[in-house]
Design a protein around this ligand. Sequence first.
Ligand code: FES
Length: 528
Amino acid sequence: MKHFIITFKPDDKQISIHAGATLFEAAGKAGIILNTVCGGKGTCGKCVVKLEPDGQEVLACQYHIQSDLTVTIPGSSRFFEQKILEHGIDTQIDLAATVHKKYLEKGATEKIFGIAVDIGTTTVVAKLINMADGECHATEAALNPQSRYGDDVISRIAYAQTDEKLAELHKAIIDCVNDLTTKLCQKSSINANHIYEICVVGNTTMNHIFLKLPVTQLGQAPYKAFSLDAHDIPAAQLHLEMNPAGNIHTVENIAGFVGSDTIAVALAVDIDSAEETTLVVDIGTNGELVLGTKEKLYAASCAAGPALEGARITCGSRAAEGAIEAVVVNEDDIYLDVIGNCPARSICGSGLIDAVAVMLDLGVIDQTGRFVEPAKLEGKVPPAIFSRIREEHGQPTFVLSENDGASKVFLTQKDIRETQLAKAAIRAGIKLLQKRIGLEDCDIEHILLAGAFGNYIRKESALRIGLLPAVPVEKIRFVGNAAASGARMLLVSRQCRDKARELARKIEYIEIAHEPEFTDVFADSILF
Ligand code: FES
């Protein structure tokens, strides 16, 4: 088959690819990940690139290569390197490192290492652990390379409908884990042969793709997992860089949309010992919730979508350099915090939650999320704020930043609606779990926010927009990347693996979309 040379600017990367491939695939091959809000359907317009020399703009996912090309990728189409939250909480339960003993019995003499991996829909975090004492020697993180096939689990499921496509996604994550392993080994000056055990957690879709199990049924009601079990697989079977005598352990899933990462979070925060009612919220593209006490635990998942991570928002992006991450009212105007202290060029999830909270406080939008007519605000808000209320593309907008017109960052009415839908999905999930257990907001003693995104949002703003139940702010605590912390525990300790099995049995999964009150509760949760 004929091949063509594609050069990407400004990276100056060059690759060779077969005729008919899309520019999207070519960029992926060059290691450049583009935005894919629509999963390559050509509807979101977030993957625009320019063909040189005339600068013609095309959608990378729709453009089929028929010649050598030079292509410029604008920053706005890149899936930015985002701040990846590598650290989690300190383990709260005793960690008896017992798994490594089987390798000692088999005669392993040198140091025995393991890797704990948390495969998120967006990011992958890997930790190099000394199997004898559970100590973490190094951490590495990367964007999940499957992101080029779509930015949520639904698009990945839709992509992996044939064995070949599933194998493609599977290979992408295996290559990613191998890259992380190489980096971890280099950092700690060890050989991959010293890695005897790898423990992987992730949502059910990520777990299935990692194991190359069918995912089609996860995309259709009743959304059943192909397997909820833990698996132990010989090293050679998955082509992972490790000792050939090693083992790969994956952890139990709870249901089709609540996976082993939730088990890992539950284990890390030791929810199984909670005397007081505790709510764990793992905010991501797919939000996972666990609520209860040691007596009884319930879990649910809510399809928040990627809006709170900055996608589907006109000027939205991941938490990357140039993204507004915080917005506060500063006397008679607003003050912005921009990642990297550079001119703002986008807004990420935490900034979005702040901005909406500020707009509510200022009365720019009302409780229903609608922009208030400017005439009604004149004289009621400071002039600097009033001048930020404009119209863009026929929609009311609130301008957060403009740098001599070069890059304007604003929120439109549609952006507010997207934010409302995302927060309503999470809040409705929490309310329906509360209803099932018979709990009011005031009965919740602790809210633990987990996940890469949870740590960067301001608690006050999350409460202001109604993302979380109305509890005093001091009851909310961040627990960092608790899934990665749980994966470390599951890597080294048999007792933790036993506990994971118990938790998987004990946590009752509630399919909130099937609750009779779902529609009403969701509609109610849309309001601020
Ligand atoms: S338009 Fe190309 S990924 Fe959406």
